[in-house]
Design a protein around this ligand. Structure first.
Ligand SMILES: [Zn+2]
Ligand SMILES: [Zn+2]
Length: 262
């Protein structure tokens, strides 16, 4: 990995779900490390949230999708389409899209609807499919990426970004309790974990505060940030529920919350 560029920063762009909310945009996290400017998930509203933190679509170098549900992916089409305005010269570096198996098919199907409105100049849109049947990894110039299969959709993966300054961020994506996530999050500095519903409303395929806390304990995570809140979470004492399992540093995600890893 190269050394250079910015220190590692994490910004929660969207702490919400598919449910329309002025307070919580759909899922997206911005990670800046070295020269890389990474989005993990890009739910509806992500582009406008980016503008709020003085970033544009042209700054983004990588987009990592945890899975293909619309609240995690739906901003991709407007993002690529907007790249064509006023002309495609504005993007100076290729955009790399990363997801589990099925990314190529997902893009092909989008293209069958939008045709050349999704075309970018040759080489400016790259895709990487991670192996979502097991742990996988890739090394980029500014960070090392590790992935693990999680319990939600067949293509679902959680991400770990290890920065050149030896900081690490783990993002669960949507998931239920699973050992692979515990393993991926082992001793991570920051663990951004979904907590879709309060404990008494927990559903299969999603976590609740105390279960997310249990995963953080087993992983010995340095700091836990809960996110992906359905509206019911804002009516419950999420902190208290999580504290039943986890006593370390803890925060509830808010849109535009910035986390400095130093
Ligand atoms: Zn989902
Ligand atoms: Zn979701």
């Amino acid at each position: 990995m190269t050394k250079g560029g910015a220190d590692t920063h994490v910004t929660i762009l969207g702490s919400g779900t598919c449910v329309p909310s002025l307070k919580r945009s759909a899922c997206s996290v911005l990670i800046e490390t070295g020269m890389a400017v990474i989005l993990i998930d890009a739910g509806p509203g992500t582009i406008r949230r980016l503008l709020r933190v003085d970033k544009t679509i042209f700054d983004i170098t990588h987009i990592l999708f945890s899975h293909f549900h619309p609240d995690h992916t739906a901003e991709l089409v407007p993002l690529i389409f907007a790249t064509k305005y006023p002309n495609t010269d504005r993007r100076q570096t290729p955009l790399t899209l990363i997801a589990g198996k099925g990314l190529t098919t997902f893009l092909k199907k989008l293209k069958s609807v939008y045709n050349n409105w999704l075309d970018l100049p040759s080489g400016m849109l790259k895709t990487i499919e991670m192996d979502n049947s097991q742990f996988d990894s890739r090394t980029f110039s500014d960070f090392v990426l590790e992935t693990a299969p999680v319990e939600h959709n067949p293509e679902s993966i959680a991400y770990r970004i290890n920065s050149y300054e030896n900081k690490s961020i783990v993002y669960s994506g949507d998931t239920d309790f699973c050992d692979s996530l515990i393993q991926l999050a082992h001793q991570t500095d920051v663990f951004i974990c979904e907590s879709s519903h309060p404990d008494h409303l927990k559903v299969p395929g999603h976590l609740s505060p105390s279960v997310a806390g249990e995963i953080a304990v087993r992983a010995s995570a340095g700091r836990l940030i809960l996110t992906h809140f359905y509206p019911e979470c804002d009516q419950a004492d999420i902190l208290k529920e999580c504290r039943q399992a986890y006593s370390g540093p803890l925060a509830l995600a808010e849109d535009l919350m910035r986390i400095n890893l130093k």
